[in-house]
Design a protein around this ligand. Structure first.
Ligand SMILES: [Zn+2]
Length: 520
């Protein structure tokens, strides 16, 4: 059997020179037939422009004998093909079954072992600087020991496992992008270490209402902002969500494995609020009985897969799972068609009753969206219970094409021009980012921000997607404008412009008043 997967534009499978199967734009398909070792297999990926990915698997007697997935391309070509030409074959393989070629080595995956120097609070990631990412945090109460060294390895292996799970659930195409890069290289997670300001007792009270999620999130964000000094666009740059390993939060009356903020925006487009960043997921760790060393499994007594599924479950909430209008939604952020990472009886009466259409008696695997119909669909578009298109977490900016997840791809270069140096309060200034240039892939969208004198930026959502705009300025002082330019890989860069906003002079006002009176 030969599996084909294609992002853009077409992928053709030939056996002995005859076309056997074609995968068009955004198509996944397979071909089954008898193959002999002498048969010549050719695969060609054709790209008109701006493609993303392709994949090819050859499976013989249930064994994968050839695997060449998620090739990635730049704005015009792939594999360093001539970027100035359009309409070309961007990837081609030619082989006999007896001797399949070796696909290029993939060194972009995460290592199974953690390595790095003791991080500063914020850490200094090296490989995910200008891409949306999930920032890992180890946080501990003020009166507890810092067990970062003990848990760094566990966090690395959890992140590797959940990344693999997402990859396997997305036909090998995508995974989650975590903040990676330590002194050892880019295949290691960059974990911030935060000592919280309050003792264990505080964190063990009020746990049922989720207050402590917000309290801990606020502390972590403050600590990171302090350490990095510059957070020029709030959480929009660096664009990140947070996954916190909260040491000691589990125990006493606080018996939830994890908790997360969730976005409930159904908009099926990149402007979805879940793409704004700033969301927090938390995995709660135990440690009451062994205060010095902490439980070796962090979560105290839970199986390893359960802790990892908790991490991924909470992260998926951050990315927008499960919307209340999904076909099998409980209405409280979960689903009812399992076994599924996001499905369980969360106590919303009959809406939470569970069914098991995807049950596999041989495994206890929690699927990432059983039947791909509620929150994660690598095949295309999700529809709500009424049949309308809705947000698909597969399209989240925190997902990445697997070969790009730990890589610093060349980001676009943002440039901004401002139409005037000085304007009057209440008047508009024209701004343009059309001078920005593409990096490793084509520019896909523009977002505008307006910052006050203290540097607090707020997004100007109504201008989303426009390379140039008119911005009305209503406060006197220096207005700082920023544009974030993003490309097809999710890489971005930010450019700033400034304009002085002054009150109209008295003479000018009098003149205008006189004109207004004269006109009456
Ligand atoms: Zn949940």
């Amino acid at each position: 059997m030969i599996k084909l997967s294609n992002g853009d534009d077409a992928e053709c499978l030939y056996v002995n020179g005859r076309l056997k199967k074609k995968a068009g734009y955004d198509e996944y398909t397979q071909w089954s037939g008898k193959l002999r070792g002498t048969d010549v297999i050719d695969l060609q990926v054709y790209n008109r422009c701006c493609g993303y990915a392709w994949g090819l698997d050859v499976i013989v007697d249930d064994h994968t004998v050839y695997h060449d997935w998620a090739g990635t391309v730049t704005s015009y070509g792939a594999n360093n093909n001539d970027g100035s030409r359009e309409n070309q074959i961007v990837h081609a393989v030619h082989f006999r079954l007896g001797s399949p070629p070796t696909p290029p080595p993939d060194d972009s995956g995460l290592s199974s072992q953690w390595c790095g120097k003791e991080p500063r609070i914020g850490g200094n990631s090296t490989s995910t600087k200008r891409v949306p990412r999930i920032k890992l945090v180890y946080a501990y109460p003020s009166d507890r020991p810092d067990r970062f060294q003990q848990y760094a390895q566990l966090i690395q292996s959890d992140v590797q496992a959940v990344s693999d799970k997402v990859r396997e659930s997305s036909l090998g195409l995508k995974s989650l992008r975590f903040d990676t890069g330590t002194s050892c290289g880019r295949r290691y997670v960059n974990v911030a270490r935060v000592r919280l300001s309050k003792p264990l007792k505080y964190w063990r009270s009020g746990c049922a209402r989720g207050d402590r999620l917000y309290a801990a999130a606020a502390e972590v964000k403050r600590a990171l902002a302090r350490d990095r000094k510059r957070f020029p666009l709030g959480h929009a740059h660096p664009l990140e969500n947070y996954a916190i390993y909260a040491d000691g939060f589990f125990g006493g009356r606080c018996l939830e494995a994890g908790i997360a903020q969730r976005s409930q925006d159904p908009l099926p487009a990149w402007q979805n609020r879940a793409n704004d960043g700033g969301y927090v997921a938390m995995v709660n760790g135990g440690g009451e009985d062994v205060p010095r060393s902490g439980p070796p499994d962090f979560a105290e007594g839970e199986p390893v897969w359960y802790r990892r599924d908790t991490l991924l479950h909470e992260i998926m909430h951050n990315l927008g799972a499960v919307l209340n209008n999904a076909p099998h939604a409980t209405g409280l952020g979960h689903c009812t068609d399992g076994p599924d990472l996001m499905c369980y009886d969360d106590g919303n009466g009959s809406r939470s009753w569970q069914t098991y259409p995807c049950e596999d008696p041989s495994a206890t695997l929690q699927l990432l969206d059983c039947n791909s119909d509620d929150y994660f669909d690598p095949y295309g578009t999700l529809r709500d219970w009424r049949g309308r298109r809705m947000w698909n977490t597969y399209d989240s900016v925190f997902m990445c094409y697997v070969r790009t997840c730990t890589r610093n791809l060349k980001p676009p270069h943002a440039r901004v021009t401002v139409g005037a140096r000085t304007v009057h309060v209440g008047s508009a200034v024209s701004v343009s980012a059309s001078g920005s240039t593409a990096g490793a892939s084509a520019i896909t969208h523009y977002e505008w921000f307006l910052a006050n004198e203290r540097g607090r930026a707020r997004p100007l959502r109504q201008l989303n997607d426009r390379p140039s705009a008119e911005i009305r300025l209503t406060k006197a002082g220096i207005a700082r404008l920023a544009v974030r330019v993003t490309d097809a890989y999710g890489s971005y860069s930010v450019a700033w412009g400034a304009v002085r906003v002054v009150r109209a002079s008295r003479a000018g006002m009098r003149q205008r008043q006189a004109r207004a009176i004269g006109a009456r």
